[in-house]
Design a protein around this ligand. Structure first.
Ligand code: MLT
Length: 303
């Protein structure tokens, strides 16, 4: 009998993978493995006997990976399993970063009670909330993993010129990942040549503050930035200053913070990138299968 503890909402499709050799519980029962979504494990003690952690998602920054490695606990993530969900929201956000729909919706609420005047007032809003099309504009994709490549291909399909940069892979390797992308050799070049950028690298010691005052100063003025990766990849203090100075024209983030909520030209989303039933099922199923394969056969796989 293997014992699995689920640490936060994990889709019940895990039971498709875990047969009656498995006892799954939310309670601490000397687990052999954890299945976890975004709960923060850093402040929690890792129980004796824990062999594996299956993270139903791509990022592992909520898991103390170094401490796990020291204790011989294998950490799995589910790369690609939620890529389509994130891609769809990123593409929607490209339009939101351009067209002033959100301000328009908020403004329209103020028309309640205006009765027959609403039609006339709407004409005013129509002129007030003009925003450009994305077709023909340049999108810089930072990070060409599963999500970045999908975003690049979809952005190309809607008529954008796509530039790409990945801090971890060479231009040659990147070329094989997506032919839709013109690869830039540096982050600075990507920022200087893009009208929009979208971030798709994991948060780690190498990518913390990857975007900061120094490289933002070299960016195309008014650049619109989308962040569905992690908050810490962009230095928040530098970003707020760049927004105030209009160096950054708009910031859409899945990682709200005290400093960002309520700022003009910032749209905060409550970490919804992967929140679709399809992606939750894909991630949970993949995480459960990886953990099972490890517990039963000792296999370590990343798919
Ligand atoms: C991820 O790292 O893939 C996402 O943060 C998943 C999630 O929303 O839990």
């Amino acid at each position: 009998m293997y014992r699995i503890q689920t640490l936060n909402a994990i889709s019940s499709v895990i039971y498709d993978e875990l047969d009656d050799q498995y006892q799954v519980s939310k309670e601490e029962t000397h687990p052999d493995a954890y299945l976890i979504r975004s709960a923060n494990l850093h402040d929690q003690e890792l129980p004796e006997g824990l062999l594996a952690i299956g993270r139903a998602g791509a990022g592992t920054n909520n898991i103390p990976v170094d401490a796990c490695t020291e204790k011989g606990i294998v950490v799995f993530n589910t790369p690609g399993a939620n890529a389509n969900a994130v891609k769809e929201l990123v593409i929607a956000s490209l339009f939101l970063a351009s067209r002033r729909v959100i301000e328009g919706i908020e403004w329209t609420k103020t028309l309640k009670g205006q009765g027959d005047e609403i039609g006339k007032l709407v004409e005013k809003g129509k002129n007030q909330f003009v925003g450009p099309e994305v077709k023909g504009k340049r999108l810089g994709v930072i990070g060409l993993g599963a999500i970045g490549v999908m975003v690049a291909n979809a952005a190309h399909a809607i008529g954008m010129e796509v530039l790409g940069y990945d801090p971890f892979i060479s231009i040659d390797a990147a070329w094989h990942l997506s032919r839709a992308v013109k690869h830039e050799s540096s982050l600075e070049a990507l920022l200087a040549n893009s009208d929009y950028i979208t971030i798709h690298v994991p948060l780690n010691a190498k990518t913390k503050d990857l975007i900061n005052a120094e490289n933002l100063a070299r960016a195309n003025q008014g650049i619109r930035i989308l962040n569905f990766a992690r908050g810490g990849i962009i230095n928040e203090e530098d970003l707020v200053k760049a927004l105030e100075e209009k160096q950054v024209g708009r910031y859409i983030t899945d990682f709200p913070s005290e400093a960002l909520i309520g700022l003009p030209n910032v749209i905060c989303i409550p970490h919804l990138g992967a929140s679709t039933p399809e992606s939750e099922d894909n991630c949970a199923r993949m995480a459960a299968a990886q953990v099972r394969d490890y517990l039963e056969n000792g296999n370590i796989r990343n798919s």
